[in-house]
Write a protein that binds this ligand. Sequence first.
Ligand SMILES: [Cu+2]
Length: 656
Amino acid sequence: MKRLSLMLGLVAATAAMQSCKMKTAATAVQGDAASKTYVAPGKYDEYYNFVSGGFNGQVSVYGLPSGRLLKVIPVFSVFPENGYGYSEETKAMLNTTNGSIPWDDQHHLDLSQTNGEQDGRWLFANANNTPRIARIDLTTFKTMEILQIPNSAGNHSSPFITENTEYVVAGTRFSVPLGSEDVPISSFKENFHSTASFISVDKNSGKMDIAFQIVLPGMNLDLSHAGKGPSHDWFFFSSYNTEQAYTLLEVNASQKDKDYIVAVNWKKAEEYAKAGKGKKVSAPYAHNTYDEHTQTATSVIENEVLLLDPKDCPDMVYMIPCPKSPHGCDIDPSGEYIVGSGKLAALIPVFSFSKITKAIGDKQFEGDFKGIPILKYESALYGEVQKPGLGPLHTEFDGRGNAYTSMFLSSEVVKWSLKDLKVLDRAPTYYSVGHLMIPGGDTKKPAGKYLVAYNKITKDRFLPTGPELAQSAQLYDISGDKMQLVLDYPTFGEPHYAQACAASLIKDKQVKFFDINKNKHSYVAMGEKNAKVVRQGNRVDVYMTAIRSHLTPDNIEGVYVGDEVYFHVTNLEQDWDIPHGFAIKNNPNAELLIMPGETVTLKFVPEKQGIYPFYCTDFCSALHQEMSGYLRVSPKGANVPLKFGTGETAETVAAK
Ligand SMILES: [Cu+2]
């Protein structure tokens, strides 16, 4: 109860600080801010900024420093705007062992790396709610693969990657019984476990596979980051609730003075896996891949995973005590410093990788947690940042020896020196900042020019929009000694974490259109002369083409109520930025957006007789409004022959 009142006190203090800051918010922005973020019409931004969509399940892409929204990439949620998850080709992307799950909570992103630097190939995204990891191809900005993670719940400490994208790592926020057994919740200590999944990534194709899962005690893994340089072989996870509470965590998971940073030697784990030290267990999970040639996703259910138990694998996992329910777990560019941010702590502990290695060698242990050795706090500690602010959450680095930590409770970014752990500067955020992001800020080579704060509350920052206000990011110029707030920009969805990289890594590799000659879709119509309508029983396949400014066929008759009509629309254009769309009246589904050279399918089951207009939804030409057609639906059993065409009129038919 004492702790609870302490926390209430903190919250009250924060509220007071916030209201005091509100008065000064207008003066926090200096006059040259506009010129620092101004990107003239027709000019490109310097950075791509990929921002998680939180509870909208998608990823959005902004330009920095302008903050202009460039794209929303559908990942874990259906997206009626382009038919993702609705089209026959993409339905399988959202398949799981529990059927199709059309929504998720997307929290973190990580860009692929080579030698600890961003390589601009792929973006990985996690789904928090139904544990999944997605891979997005940065030449097409399309979700190419979604892998479900079994033996997991609350897939939060994900999808962080190793220095050469050897692995994408996924850790559980919620412990669960492995195998989803039906057990009493009160048997948490005996039956519940957290797991850290190591997902291998094929160097060439990017294809993911679950290599192994490390079984950890029942607790909450929160965030993670890979080591780099000297700590290359290691992965570090923050944990909380090592009290192993399963009810009223607010109080019960804040009892202990310290939880742990979990240090996993993944190279050792790899060796143990190869040496057969693991146990294969039955654990079904969906593995969904989008094939760029057939332009179609397939979902395969895999059946087992390899579990590694630290009890059988000595020297693979260690616990490092870390004060007050650590949240962020961030590794500096040199790979030497591990920053744990205890969200209820009044200091920031910085651990030293060389001291950790030495402490392991010298067996500087203070007991064990469920059989896993616990290092002595002092033996692993480099030092503590004193009085940084209230509620430290996440830390990013600028590559010049400075660290920047977000302070949730005191709503500020605090800049401190890695060398002497002295606070150098602090800048207010508006308000309640979560993650921070510096382009490349979690790699070996940060581009320390800008920092973005992703905030939880935006009260008074934008024009109000009813009870729900805009979500927000704030851009700071960090090139000088003092941080300077230069831009507020609203974000789509709830921004959690983000990544950014130099535009040059991505912009020149863009696929401009798909080569129609390489289209291996089973229902492609290669040219208008191949457009047709085929009936088999009550299934009707329409092989349709779209080119400025008509659809072929655009008159279809001989379809009956209850038929399953599949519109396979091929966009015949071979030019950049000429998508066509397709929608049909009363379809309880979505529209399609079809990129040049692509074939996409919309299923339509008409329930009533009548005339159903269809049309192109993407304004494509001066005669876009003319790009339309009619489907005639007749009563079941009517004698209307199948008929389709473009350009036929009653007169031309009569003249034949
Ligand atoms: Cu069009």
